[in-house]
Design a protein around this ligand. Structure first.
Ligand code: SF4
Length: 93
């Protein structure tokens, strides 16, 4: 059902005929860490996330997994098989 509170007109799974069933009865505005994310949409009451109702909670245990503005660093380390490494070391000796 479409939201009738802060994200008016946006489909939301928490919305029902009896009102918003999300914690607190309405979505929370985006957190400071969200600035720059493509999931932010401007509504008359402020900026809200299109994906989550409580954006600050998505950052409590690290980075939000849907954040589009934060890139993860790829580790360039090769995995070493300890058994093969041991055999290689023996062959050199
Ligand atoms: S997807 Fe994550 S980082 Fe982006 S606005 Fe929503 S909560 Fe914030």
């Amino acid at each position: 059902m479409n939201c009738t509170t802060v994200k008016e007109g946006t489909f939301c799974a928490f919305m029902s005929a009896t009102g918003c069933s999300f914690n607190g009865g309405r979505c929370h505005p985006v957190a400071d860490q969200c600035q720059g994310c493509a999931q932010i949409k401007e509504y008359p009451e402020g900026q809200y996330c299109l994906t989550y109702g409580n954006p600050a909670a998505k950052w409590t245990l690290g980075r939000c997994n849907f954040a589009s503005h934060v890139k993860t660093e790829k580790k360039d380390e090769k995995k070493v098989n300890p058994l093969k490494a041991s055999k290689r070391a023996q062959a050199k000796a």
